[in-house]
Ligand binder design. Structure first.
Ligand SMILES: [Zn+2]
Length: 423
């Protein structure tokens, strides 16, 4: 489809937060032109008057567990280990691939309403997550959650090969659930595999103080240092959470080009602590944002994550200048893409993938328009998402999902959650 957006404000996020006025043209799945407008013989399938609303790159939710929508509001106000061991694991043990498929579709509806155009999803049955995303048009990197209780390394390798060739929208990356759910032998074998493919590694790490302490008890070093010793960082990757990294860990992260994906909503609700975001930024470590799963957050709302990541940093540092709004927007739009080697959708530029959102500026919480990036981070909310486009396709517009039967998804998900809730 060829679509011309005109009468727009445009925030490209390509190195600055300058807002320009003009037009943006989409041809098929790519951005063909951004500028003041020019003559064209193009046959447009659609011409959209933006009414001076804002076009900007979509948000990247680069750590989530979409299928955990099944457990939203089922297990709250518990500590991480109680929540995981007593409430989540027994239910996940009986979840089918089809259950994950429908619960992922429910999550995708929510991503669209909050302007998310790329997710990194670590959950059970990546095959059915793949299908849910491909069918609904959601860009996704599937992340394996290798651990000593689940599918083997051979399964991960096979998925890496097979799921990377099925769809342009969905990829698969190697990941481990966490240090504490893998033994040393499995970590060593995983390292051999990532060397075979020169693959980056994604893993929950340094989420709680207890997790780090227990790793010291087991190995005499932090999880970050252990992974470094085992060569697991040799091709980059990301750690999820990174709440309890010390200076030595940060040196390793910087040296190995490991990004930190912060999950401030989940860390707040589970009282895991406040990540040292200012320090990461000072050291030049790339920081992206994720919601984590909807059972520990409990919503998939990038506006809340953006406000929390700066608000908590300001509280931690007792400094209102900490982690300014421009930096937060960069985390939410650009850095998340970089953490997954997705430079192709990191910002709005000619030739980049058309993963675009429109922010409704004609709402009270966006007025006056003195500083748009600050409005988005400090007063914005998902009600301001007027449009979500992924890969050149408009999937959500003016509160409506396009080309998807949301009621069918709600109905299927209700059946699943009824079955799982009393286990
Ligand atoms: Zn997680």
């Amino acid at each position: 489809m060829n679509i011309r957006f005109y009468n727009a404000r445009i925030l490209q996020m390509n190195g600055s937060v300058e807002v320009i006025e003009g037009e943006l043209w989409v041809k098929d799945n790519k951005i063909a032109y951004i500028g003041a407008g020019k003559a064209s013989n193009e046959k447009w399938d659609k011409e959209i008057d933006c009414e001076k609303n804002l076009l900007m790159p979509g948000f990247k939710d680069v750590h989530t567990h979409s299928g955990m929508t099944a457990f939203r509001s089922l297990a709250d106000d518990l500590n991480l280990q109680e929540w995981l061991n007593d409430m989540i694991f027994p239910r996940e043990a009986v979840m089918s691939g089809e259950d994950v498929y429908w619960m992922t579709k429910l999550a995708i509806l929510e991503y669209l309403t909050t302007g998310v155009t790329l997710i990194a999803d670590m959950y059970l049955t990546p095959e059915t997550i793949h299908d849910a995303c491909a069918e609904m048009g959601m860009r996704c990197e599937l992340i394996s959650g290798l651990n000593k209780f689940g599918p083997t390394l051979e399964v991960m390798e096979n998925r890496f090969i097979e799921l990377n060739k099925k769809s342009d929208l969905v990829g698969f990356k190697m990941g481990l659930h966490a240090e504490y759910t893998c033994d040393r032998e499995l970590l060593e074998k995983a390292s051999e595999l990532i060397h075979k493919y020169k693959a980056p590694v994604y893993v929950h790490m340094s989420e709680t103080e207890t997790e780090v302490k227990e790793c010291f008890d087991r190995y005499g070093k932090s999880p970050v240092a252990l992974f470094d010793e085992l060569g697991l960082w040799d091709f980059g990757g990301s750690i999820y959470h990174g709440v309890w990294c010390d200076d030595a860990d940060m040196e390793i992260l910087k040296k190995r080009n490991i990004s930190v994906i912060s999950n401030p909503g989940s860390n707040t609700k589970l009282a895991s602590g406040i990540a040292p975001i200012s320090k990461y930024l000072e050291k030049g470590i790339i920081v992206g944002l994720g919601t984590d799963g909807p059972s520990s957050n409990n919503c998939l709302d990038m506006f809340r994550e953006m406000f929390l990541v700066t608000g908590l940093a300001k509280l931690k540092e007792r400094d209102p200048k900490a982690v300014a709004a421009d930096e937060v927007l960069k985390m939410a739009c650009v850095n998340g893409a970089l953490s997954l080697d997705h430079e192709d959708c990191s910002c709005l530029e000619e030739g980049k993938l058309a993963d675009i959102i429109m922010i409704d500026l004609r709402q009270p919480n966006m007025q006056p328009i003195l500083n748009i990036p600050k409005n988005i981070v400090y007063s914005g909310s998902k009600i301001n998402i007027k449009m979500t486009m992924i890969d050149g396709k408009i999937l959500y517009m003016n509160g409506e999902f396009i080309g998807v039967d949301a009621d069918e998804i709600y109905r299927k998900c209700e059946e699943i959650t009824e079955r799982l809730k009393d286990i």
